[in-house]
Design a protein around this ligand. Structure first.
Ligand SMILES: [Zn+2]
Length: 134
């Protein structure tokens, strides 16, 4: 009815193989972008001082920046990954800041507030504007 014992054992072996080889630790679907990661790491250090008092902010312990061949940038909340393609320096900086903020607020509803995220990203990239806005 349920098949022989060989079958279920094979099934378990298959499930174990899938679980351990499912890309949890290593990352076949992420072409990492070390330079952008380094840039973002440095910025995150500075931004931390500005964000620390913000409700819902939780600094991501680790994050990864992955190459995206096409389409809009996005984040993988489960794996703390940012996917984006290369546009130009200015655009990339804004996109990285924007996507980083999604991760930094992921445990708070603000992460889904695109206006808040975009506004904060622009403020972070332009400290003078923040100063005059306060
Ligand atoms: Zn967004």
């Amino acid at each position: 009815m349920l098949g022989g014992s060989m079958c279920s054992r094979e099934m378990i072996a298959l499930l174990l193989a899938l679980a351990s080889g499912g890309g949890i630790a290593e990352t076949p679907d992420c072409r990492r972008q070390p330079q952008r990661e380094a840039w973002l790491q440095t910025q995150a250090e500075r931004w931390h001082q500005r964000l620390i008092s913000q409700t819902g902010y939780e600094r991501p312990a680790v994050f990864t920046v992955c190459h995206l061949a096409q389409g809009n940038p996005y984040v993988d909340y489960d794996r703390d990954r940012i996917y984006l393609r290369r546009v130009n320096a200015e655009e990339d900086a804004l996109s990285l800041a924007h996507e980083y903020l999604h991760l930094a607020f992921k445990h708070h509803p603000l992460a889904r507030d695109e206006r808040f995220i975009e506004h904060t990203a622009r403020q972070l990239l332009n400290p003078d504007a923040v100063e005059s806005a306060l």
